[in-house]
Design a binder for this molecule. Structure first.
Ligand SMILES: NC(=O)c1ccc[n+]([C@@H]2O[C@H](COP(=O)([O-])OP(=O)(O)OC[C@H]3O[C@@H](n4cnc5c(N)ncnc54)[C@H](OP(=O)(O)O)[C@@H]3O)[C@@H](O)[C@H]2O)c1
Length: 251
């Protein structure tokens, strides 16, 4: 699968939310570039199938079942990835949910869940991984969203978590740059994945479906390739932010 020139040979990556969509595509792309990849999410059957595909292609992979809205699972996930291959070079914080609803109709539990997973989960995973990333002079990739830069109506709760990811990432970059740890925020526009499947507000769900039906959305592979670009640069290059919209998307 890999060649002597594969840019990520000998690197170990942990990708969260890797059972579908952007995370799955990222695991595939990083493995094809030579990395050993630990894939984490809740759906163990999907993770095992991804590991089987990666191993069949000649890669090294590990599945880790973890609910990242739970602190204990986060520590165990990082420990498992590190103990398998003895190091951690690339952390892709990608797990997330998008429970869209206008603020007046929003379910408080949906807001709490988004904050717990999209923000606290990402922060706690980063904290658990940092000692290992400092040792390896590694890389944190945080998957935010165009919603972390532009707060549109109907997305207030989700946008609050993604603005939080951007703020956390910028502060983190300034804390760890002297340790040669790099930090990248990825801000995708609309990508065709399972993300909208969990929206319960009928108007918000219909709105998203209409947008997907009337534009050529990005693919998960488009975002995975942007992540590969960021993590394949020479150590002196710190790609801090990639905002990537479909050509058809205005805001
Ligand atoms: N699609 C877009 O248009 C878009 C745009 C901008 C940003 N993003 C961001 O991209 C990231 C990936 O989303 P996607 O579009 O690829 O959607 P997706 O296919 O639904 O993927 C979401 C991933 O997160 C995992 N996940 C959800 N809840 C979890 C939990 N409690 N613990 C651990 N893992 C959990 C899911 O796995 P399990 O269900 O198996 O746990 C899945 O692997 C998200 O952070 C999202 O906000 C997406």
């Amino acid at each position: 699968m890999t060649t002597a020139n594969s840019p990520l040979t000998d690197k170990v990556a942990l990708v969260t939310g890797a059972s579908s969509g952007i995370g799955e595509a990222t695991a595939m792309v990083l493995a094809a570039a030579g990395a050993k990849v630990a894939v984490a999410a809740r759906r163990a059957d999907r993770l095992k199938a991804i590991v089987a595909r990666l191993e069949k292609a000649g890669g090294k992979a590990l599945s880790i079942e973890a609910d990242l809205a739970k602190g204990g699972d986060i520590t165990a996930m990082v420990d498992k990835a590190v103990s398998e291959w003895g190091r951690l070079d690339i952390l892709v914080n990608n797990a997330g949910v998008m429970l869209l609803a206008p603020a007046a109709e929003a379910d408080l539990d949906d807001w709490r869940h988004m904050i717990e997973l999209n923000l606290i989960g990402l922060m706690a995973t980063t904290k658990a991984a940092l000692p290992h990333l400092k040792t390896s002079k590694g890389h944190v990739v945080n998957v935010s969203s165009v919603a972390g830069r532009v707060a549109n109506p109907g997305a207030s709760g989700y946008a609050a978590t993604k603005f939080g990811v951007v703020a956390f990432s910028e502060s983190l970059r300034r804390e760890v740059y002297a340790d040669k740890v790099r930090v990248t925020v990825i801000e995708p526009g609309l990508v065709r994945t399972e993300l909208g499947d969990h929206i319960t507000n009928a108007q918000s769900k219909a709105g998203l479906e209409h947008r997907l039906a009337t534009m050529e959305a990005l693919t998960a592979e488009d975002i995975a390739n942007a992540i590969l670009y960021a993590v394949s640069q020479p150590p002196r290059v710190n790609v801090n932010e990639i905002l990537i919209r479909p050509t058809d998307q205005e805001r």
